[in-house]
Every structure is written in C-alpha cells, then in structure tokens.
Design a protein around this ligand. Structure first.
Ligand code: AMP
Length: 208
C-alpha cells in the first residue's frame, strides 16, 4: 500500500487484513516496536525514525525478508510503508520471485497535502496495539484504546511540523515514483483517500 503520511494506510491496512484474512505488515510499526523495546534493531534505527529520514535500504530489506518468510505470511500479506523507493521495490520483487510468488496489486491512497498534514498533526496511536485515532475522533475513554486499553499517545515523529514536512518531501521524492513502477507492471490501483474510513474502504474493496 502506497500513499503519503496521513493517507490512511494504517487504518485501511487493518480493515483489509481483517476482511481478506491476510497479515498486515508495517515497517514503521516494526521499527517503533524495536525502538520501544530498546532492541539492537531499535538502537540502529532510532536516529532515522526520529528525524523523519529513511532507514537505510540494506537494513530495511533485511527486516522485511525476515518478516515475509514467517509462517503467518504464507497465505498472503499486505505491506504498509514498504517499499519506500525503487531499490526496495526491486529487492521485494527479487525476494518474492525467489519464493515463486509475486505481488497481486499496489494500492495507492491519494490525498491532498493539506489533508495529510491535518490528519498527521492530529494523529494519536495506541502505544500497545498501534491502532490509530485522531484528536477529532478520540477513543471513548480518556485516551485509553477502545480495543486493548493501551495508552493512546502522539507519535514522536508526528509532533514537529518540520519533521512531518520532511517525511512528506521524502514521499514525493522517493516513494511517489513507485506509482510509475507499479503502473508499468499493470498492478497500480489508485484510490481516492478522502472521506471517512468506511467510504475509503468501500472504494478499495470495489477495486480488489
Ligand atoms: P511510517 O510509520 O510508515 O510513517 O514510518 C515511520 C518511520 O519509519 C519513517 O519515517 C522511516 O524513518 C521509517 N521507515 C518505515 N518504513 C521504511 C522503509 N520502507 N524504508 C526506510 N525507512 C522506513
């Protein structure tokens, strides 16, 4: 799944995974967990994630190779936040090819920049299960997650407008070219990401 920060990839990824019974994998989430758990991976990626820069390809590809060969991916998977550039996309193709499989599609969620910014700057996420909320659509009880009772907080990389803008710049420079990459392979499905989560999800289901 492609789309700028705040396009709704996390929210829609969870809905797609539940409906189609596939495993949703978000590299950003893997990195945030590693940072929180102070693991060796977390220590390596902290400076990049906090500054809104891309984690080096070699490390990211190693993480995704490990994750995609786990048992829960054998019946299908959905990728959110990976690939982020053409090098990662080529590495993913090669990895899948080695396993005799390939991507079925690349969904791109399209939203205007001001919608992205508004959504990210108001975004809050459960520190336990990662579910997303927004200051305008908070959990029912006092910033406690509706699903798992975890604490709902602001992501550190969502806090500074400059960091958010830097991440959006990187999206346009490095990730947006992937639209052509997947278009050329006949895999691209462009979805209007504006509107409520249910509205966007219906559009995705209609395409799939
Ligand atoms: P996200 O949750 O997708 O916005 O990702 C949060 C941060 O994790 C990004 O700003 C990057 O620092 C890092 N990250 C996530 N996915 C990738 C990737 N595929 N390649 C490099 N860095 C990534």
């Amino acid at each position: 799944m492609l789309g700028p920060q705040g396009a709704g990839k996390g929210t829609q990824g969870a809905l797609i995974a539940a409906k189609y019974g596939v495993t949703s994998i978000a590299t950003g989430e893997i990195f945030r967990w590693a940072i929180k758990g102070k693991t060796a991976l977390g220590l390596k990626v902290l400076e990049y994630v906090d500054a809104g820069r891309l984690v080096p390809d070699e490390l990211t590809i190693e993480v995704i190779t490990d994750r995609l060969t786990a048992d829960d991916c054998m019946d299908g998977f959905l990728l959110d936040g990976f690939p982020r550039n053409v090098g990662q996309a080529r590495a993913l193709d090669a990895l899948l090819d080695d396993h005799g499989t390939a991507l079925d599609g690349a969904i791109v969620l399209e939203v205007p920049e001001e919608v992205s910014l508004r959504r990210i700057l108001g975004r809050r996420a459960c520190s336990n299960c990662g579910r997303n909320y927004h200051v305008d659509a908070p959990p029912e009880k006092n910033w406690t997650c509706d699903e798992c009772q975890g604490e709902v907080v602001e992501r550190t990389d969502d806090h500074e407008e400059e960091t958010v803008k830097q991440r959006l710049r990187l999206y346009h420079e490095q990730t947006e070219p992937l639209k052509n990459y997947y278009e050329d392979k006949g895999l691209l499905k462009a979805i209007d990401g504006e509107g409520s989560p249910d509205e966007v999800f219906s559009r995705i289901v209609a395409e799939l």
